[in-house]
Write a protein that binds this ligand. Sequence first.
Ligand SMILES: NC(=O)c1ccc[n+]([C@@H]2O[C@H](COP(=O)([O-])OP(=O)(O)OC[C@H]3O[C@@H](n4cnc5c(N)ncnc54)[C@H](OP(=O)(O)O)[C@@H]3O)[C@@H](O)[C@H]2O)c1
Length: 302
Amino acid sequence: MPAPTFLIIGATGTQGSSVVSALLQNAGASPIQILAVTRNPSSTKAKSLAASDPRVKLLNGDPSSPEALFQSAAMQVDGVFCVTVHGPPGAEEKQAQSLVDASLAHGVQHFVFTSADRGGDVLSETNPTPVAHIASKHRIEAYIQQKTAGTALRWTFLRPVTFMDNLTPDFPGKGFAAMWRQVGSKPIQLVAARDIGYFGAVALLRPEKYAGRKIGIAGDELNFEQACSVFRETMGVEMPTTFCAVGSVLKMAMKDIGAMFTWFETAGYGVNIAAARRENPNLQDFATWLKESSGFRDMRKN
Ligand SMILES: NC(=O)c1ccc[n+]([C@@H]2O[C@H](COP(=O)([O-])OP(=O)(O)OC[C@H]3O[C@@H](n4cnc5c(N)ncnc54)[C@H](OP(=O)(O)O)[C@@H]3O)[C@@H](O)[C@H]2O)c1
């Protein structure tokens, strides 16, 4: 039997690269092939992905033209990991829908879509939220369920929350922290991209266990003040942020992100973190992510 082949959209990005790493870690001795989709195979990220393991092959192409991707893959694809990137209204839906359609046409067996939590398992079914890029994912989930009904294509939805990985030592990371501060005392649920990668990988590797499931993924829940305390205790310095006014400007400039932080103030995510941790006991909390996966280092160590 040929090795199961997985086509990973966004393989050079935050979630896709985590899925590739987790596939390599979790496949063990089982043979697998990973087709890592990129629009630019000569980028540093693409090159390091290709060099990471002989099981990874770059697939040069644009996710918005999935038919061309399947043509250039020139082999049977068993599982697809789908991430969508923000764009004008309808752009995310178009990316995912054309990939679902092409997957059906090419006999793919399992479609893993990384969506977003919308207030917990129950509320996520009916609540698109007032946040455009989260509402898009609600519509994509509906499309996938409707389009694949009665077909051999099974699906798994991952529903992550805000990425811890948004907190970086540079200006965008400080801007993220400033917007977080403006949410006030209400905690935000957070997840390490590494852990989205874990669920994406095990879903692809074990469709018999994961197909048909909608999996909320979060590893911690903290308000800004609590996050500052964890950061101080873990890293030995204050969590980098910037003026509150910068947070306000960013929320105005990036209207959809602004709407999301406003949604956090009154509603927000509702993942059952204990349930997620039962499935993956290695799920990182904020302190663990800071120590093991972040771009920060403990200033008390040489
Ligand atoms: N950040 C958060 O806290 C958070 C939380 C929940 C959900 N999400 C969702 O996560 C999704 C983004 O995932 P991500 O952060 O993993 O993505 P990403 O890292 O921003 O991008 C993934 C890859 O897609 C390709 N890409 C970038 N822009 C593109 C474009 N305009 N057209 C086609 N390809 C493009 C790039 O690869 P190449 O250049 O190599 O082609 C990039 O490496 C969004 O839908 C967002 O709503 C984010």
